[in-house]
Design a protein around this ligand. Structure first.
Ligand code: UDX
Length: 439
């Protein structure tokens, strides 16, 4: 393992990738334009919450295999292999992805590449990006052909980032030369030796695997949420329906959890960017179903607000609402496109007196939504509430005691936005329990 790796961009993806590659034995240098982030990482402190990652970060800082910098000169000098892990957020007011950070990376890195190296894109990008970047790299790098590009999408989930990075379901590489394939095969030897499949393809196929995987996952969630809409109308129970479907191996039970739907920094923006790109390629009809997937997902949030209002007799004005959850999903402090905060801010805008609690995401939520009130615990957020809404299914919320929570509220009304609670238990404790997609 001779390669020295650099990781460009130290967000959820990059910081995890850098620490995990060091854990595998590589010498790794991480870079970010955000000096504050680099200072925190260098001090062994994660700028975000990710279970299990901090000990790996600290261990590899201490053993000297992992370092961080803000200098591209240092990166170009150090690395045989450069991983691009910068973000590709949704452009404001558009469906398309903003490629500024990826393009800036090539602009900064390429002119400094004077010897043979491999630049490997991991960011989620519109199909065709790798081809375009390869041409720019060839034009800008003094090393010419010796500075090559490969694409290697990342499938990690927040909350399981370490597990997903060290033991992925599969490794996908898009390459244009045997040399690039050889370098990537060498890097991932510790994983392929464990039997993890490695799929070699061209650039566009590798790029598409990532977005089509996310499109499929989003579709699965919206499918079950569409069934939840039908179930509510037909007085059926979508949780039983989902359970029964999951026993069919062809369908499978994962990502079939009905509720408030998907959020986060990936699925929503990735399906929109995918639609935008399909439009550019002249095949927008092929992905028109994703528009419906998105619409079903947004309707869940509206239905949640409607259900809560219904329970309060038709208005939020003068009523107190306790919101459990701010992160877009449990085991994360990420609030990007969080369904929970979307519901909380909508209810506040409609006159409700809203207090939010989340085990990890409160700081981020406070910064993004200073207009909301925040509690210090589930009990605190639910104090004097006329209705409690469970919007992110943290374990501590699943394990709440209905009697204990019942003692602090004004009225025992709960809407379970994630189908995470046992209705019988809550009803027996005197709660009026409602859920999305259940009678
Ligand atoms: C996702 C992909 O899973 C990952 O492979 C990709 O690399 C990045 O995007 P992530 O955004 O971390 O990962 O979250 P994920 O666990 O996929 O959950 C996405 C959203 O779907 C969450 O809001 C979650 O609450 C919701 N979800 C998930 C459901 O509503 N129902 C389910 O059954 C599963």
């Amino acid at each position: 393992m001779a390669q020295r790796l650099t990781v460009i961009g130290t967000g959820y993806l990059g910081a995890t990738h850098a620490a995990c590659m060091a854990e595998l034995g590589f010498e790794v240098l991480g870079i970010d334009v955000d000096a504050d982030k680099i200072a925190r990482l260098s001090a062994g402190e994660l700028p975000f919450y990710e279970p299990g990652l901090e000990p790996i970060l600290r261990r590899n800082l201490e053993n000297g295999r992992l370092r961080f910098t803000t200098s591209y000169d240092e990166v170009a000098e150090f690395g045989d292999v450069h991983f691009i892990c910068v973000g590709t957020p949704q452009k404001p007011g558009e469906y398309a992805a903003d490629m500024t950070y990826v393009d800036d990376t090539i602009t900064a890195l390429a002119p400094r590449l004077t010897r043979a190296c491999l630049v490997i894109g991991k960011s989620t990008v519109p199909v065709g990006t790798a081809e375009r970047l390869a041409r720019r790299l060839a034009r800008l790098a003094p090393a010419g052909d010796l500075a090559e590009l490969a694409w290697n999408p990342e499938f990690l989930r927040e909350g399981f980032a370490v597990e997903d990075t060290l033991h992925p379901d599969r490794i996908v590489i898009g390459v244009e030369s045997d040399r690039a394939e050889k370098v990537l095969r060498e890097i991932y030897t510790p994983m392929t030796a464990e039997g993890i499949p490695l799929i070699v393809s061209d650039y566009p196929t590798a790029e598409l695997v990532k977005v089509s995987a996310n499109a499929f996952l989003a579709t699965k969630i919206s499918f079950i949420n569409a069934m939840a809409e039908v179930c509510e109308a037909a007085h059926a129970d979508v949780t039983k329906l989902s359970e029964a479907l999951s026993h069919d191996d062809r369908i499978g039970g994962k990502f079939l959890g009905p509720g408030l739907g998907f959020g986060g920094g990936c699925l929503p923006k990735d399906i929109r960017a995918f639609m935008a790109r399909a439009g550019e390629l002249g095949v927008d009809q092929a992905l028109s179903f994703l528009r419906e997937v998105d619409a079903i997902n947004i309707r869940r949030r509206i239905r949640m607000v409607d259900l809560a209002r219904e329970l309060l007799g038709g208005s939020f004005i003068g009523r107190t609402v306790g919101v459990l959850g701010a992160a877009f999903k449990p085991n994360s402090d990420d609030i990007r496109d969080s369904p929970a905060l979307d519901v909380a801010t909508t209810i506040r805008a409609q006159g409700g007196n809203v207090t939010v609690y989340d085990p990890q995401a409160l700081d981020n939520a406070r910064r993004a939504h200073p207009e909301l009130a925040y509690g210090t615990s589930a009990q605190d957020a639910a104090a004097h509430a006329h209705v409690v809404l469970l919007l992110t299914e943290w374990r501590e919320f699943r394990e709440l005691d209905p009697d204990e929570l019942g003692a602090v509220v004004a009225e025992r009304n709960i809407v379970d936005g994630r189908n995470a609670l046992d209705p019988e238990r809550w009803r027996t404790a005197g709660w009026h329990y409602r859920a999305l997609g259940r009678p």
